[in-house]
Design a protein around this ligand. Sequence first.
Ligand SMILES: Nc1nc2c([nH]c(=O)n2[C@H]2C[C@H](O)[C@@H](COP(=O)(O)OP(=O)(O)OP(=O)(O)O)O2)c(=O)[nH]1
Length: 144
Amino acid sequence: MEENPTWIPVVALALRDASARVLLQQRLPHKHHGGLWEFPGGKVESAENPRFALVREIAEELGIRIETTKLSPLFLADEAGVEAGPAGVVLLLYTCREWRGAIAGRDGQQWGWFTLDEAAGLPLAPMDGDLLSRLKILDAVAGQ
Ligand SMILES: Nc1nc2c([nH]c(=O)n2[C@H]2C[C@H](O)[C@@H](COP(=O)(O)OP(=O)(O)OP(=O)(O)O)O2)c(=O)[nH]1
């Protein structure tokens, strides 16, 4: 098994508002990486399609509806090169600019809209920090 380790797929969303700010939320204190900021999302359930997993997680965590067809895949992050977490987490980041409903931290978590520079100044979960760095490069290339 060591030569063929398993992995845990996790999906995350870079939700962008009209000013290109990004929504981040703070992990609850009792969780792994408690108190650190992250892109909203969560674990893909067994054999679940990642886009549908993200729609489910976003509804659960933020109370809003996003559409699978409005999601664009961006990047992935894994644990090579970032501070180690539980073995095998691979974080798949999508982006989206449209949602329906009013945003609320349904698990009691703090959330907010941040420019990418503001976001970079927050204490971020390791893989989210890695993804944010690449999002900044993508925005710079796109001239945002
Ligand atoms: N977003 C994010 N998640 C990470 C990082 N490192 C790491 O091990 N994880 C893990 C923590 C969680 O097990 C999983 C994220 O899924 P989740 O948001 O559904 O996790 P959770 O803590 O609410 O649920 P659980 O692990 O208690 O079941 O990925 C990281 O740098 N960023």
